[in-house]
Write a protein that binds this ligand. Sequence first.
Ligand SMILES: [Zn+2]
Ligand SMILES: [Zn+2]
Length: 83
Amino acid sequence: MPPDVLPLPPILVNEMGLIAGNLPCKGCSYNLRGLPIDSRCPTCATKIAISLEGEVAGDVPCRGCSYNLRGLPLDSKCPECAT
Ligand SMILES: [Zn+2]
Ligand SMILES: [Zn+2]
């Protein structure tokens, strides 16, 4: 089985760093889908990284090396490959 076949994480961040799943803003519940993870909510200016925290409870593969980033904030670096 190829190593890149992984179950979909609960929150998808695509290879361009955009939110690819439904993610409610922590501040106002606005759906942050399609926005870059390093930007802010367009309606209340809460950092999107803050809304992502606590949403990383599931299995999220590193985009660089497929290391399981479970439990890590999405704006931190991968401990394996520093992606
Ligand atoms: Zn908001
Ligand atoms: Zn990695």
